[in-house]
Unconditional design. Structure first.
Length: 392
């Protein structure tokens, strides 16, 4: 009997192996409608490349429902007003799912056009919790950790650092992500350290402002500050260069919007800089699957990834494929329902959880890294111990 069971299992595995090795039929189109050029290019181009690697890996294992995947990429030029037009281009090319920009403000217009056409839209890394059921629509998902989780994670990390008792908060008001990141950091920090531990708060607009001389003067005047919470995004690194050039050498704490090698040259020998990222791009990620992915990326594109967000592009396709396989169908409503059952679903970036009410993760771990003399070292992955759910 034991031999018969083993033989039956071997036969089943062999049949499955044939299926997995031979994806056939008309390709299933995955569309990308995001900023391949312009402001969001460092995020969105990398996410599109990550999606391409996911398509290759999934096809090598037999595709989705036995059919191969095909990627169609179009450029919004990082202009939200072009989002609907570009989304319709990939939908006209047959897209069953559309990957949109790594931001609520930039990605929502393309996502709205996609779900209006009855298809699922997934943002590679829009982290404002409005990207989902409440702010875009029932078929909108994002692979990001919500700013609720990111802000709480960073606040808890900061409380564990020796001497980090007083914070100066710098908030970029250009996009919803940076505003809600600071708001959620502030809320958790005050819970842990009290209102008096905030010695200064300032704002700027990363899309419109070229200089922050006034803000720098006020940081210098806040002599009791032990560190700066930096809720901004990279652009060309000019803001961070201004801070360090002014002689402010306080620890600076930031999140994944400041990830990337594309701006580091603007701040030579960057030090005392701490950041939460989805993946290390420096060949030292402690998670073996992500480290292997980064090797594949460099081998394919002949250069290292510029931002860790390449893994969220991969995960977006991976998540949709898991949903289609669970549903046993390409019907968008069935895939949506299947994705809403994800509970710590094993994906490249870690366990992913969705519900009918929340299409964004709250507890996915992020990798903390520290820069010293321009070199980044991993400090380990962590998730927040306490995350308040989004309020809409």
């Amino acid at each position: 009997m034991k031999r018969m069971v083993m033989a039956a299992c071997a036969a089943a595995f062999s049949v499955a192996g044939v299926h997995l090795a031979n994806a056939e039929g008309e390709p299933i189109v995955i569309g990308v409608a995001s900023g391949q050029t312009g402001t969001l290019a460092p995020w969105d181009q990398g996410a599109a490349r990550g999606a391409e690697l996911a398509v290759e890996d999934i096809n090598a294992k037999g595709g989705v429902l036995g059919r191969p995947l095909k990627l169609v990429v179009r450029d919004t030029k990082s202009d939200p007003s072009l989002g609907p037009t570009v989304a319709l281009e990939v939908l006209d090319a047959g897209a069953e799912m559309v990957l949109v920009a790594c931001d609520y403000d930039f990605g929502a217009p393309a996502a709205l056009a996609t779900i209006s056409a009855g298809k699922i839209a997934i943002a590679s890394c829009a982290a404002d919790a409005k990207f989902g059921v409440q702010g875009v629509g029932p078929k909108a998902f994002t692979m990001s950790l919500a700013t609720n989780g990111q802000g709480a994670l960073l606040a808890e990390f900061a409380t564990e650092q020796a001497g980090w008792d007083k914070v100066y908060i710098m908030k970029d008001t250009a996009i919803e992500y940076t505003k809600s990141l600071c708001d959620n950091f502030r809320k958790r920090w005050v819970e842990l350290k009290g209102e008096d531990s905030i010695v200064g708060e300032d704002t700027w607009n990363g899309l419109n402002d070229n200089a922050i001389a006034g803000q720098i003067s006020r940081i210098k005047a806040a002599s009791s500050a032990n560190f700066v919470m930096w809720c901004g995004f990279t652009n060309n690194g000019s803001m961070m260069r201004q801070v360090r050039s002014a002689g402010i050498d306080l620890p600076i704490l930031a999140s994944e919007s400041m990830d990337g090698s594309h701006w580091i040259d603007a701040v030579p020998d960057l030090s005392n800089f701490y950041i939460a990222v989805y993946a290390s791009i420096y060949g030292n990620d402690p998670e073996p699957r992500i480290a292997d992915f980064m090797k594949k990326y460099e081998a394919k594109y002949k250069e290292p990834a510029k931002m860790g967000h390449v893994v969220t592009g991969y995960t977006a396709v991976e998540a949709w494929a898991h949903g289609a396989e669970k549903a046993g169908s390409l019907d968008p409503d069935a895939i949506k329902a299947a994705m809403e059952t994800f509970s710590n679903e094993p994906l490249l970036t870690g366990g992913s959880t969705f519900t009918p009410e929340l299409h964004i993760n709250l507890n996915t771990p992020m990798l903390m890294m520290k820069a010293t003399n321009g070199k980044f070292e991993p400090l380990g992955r962590r998730a927040a111990e306490k995350v308040d759910p989004p309020q809409f």
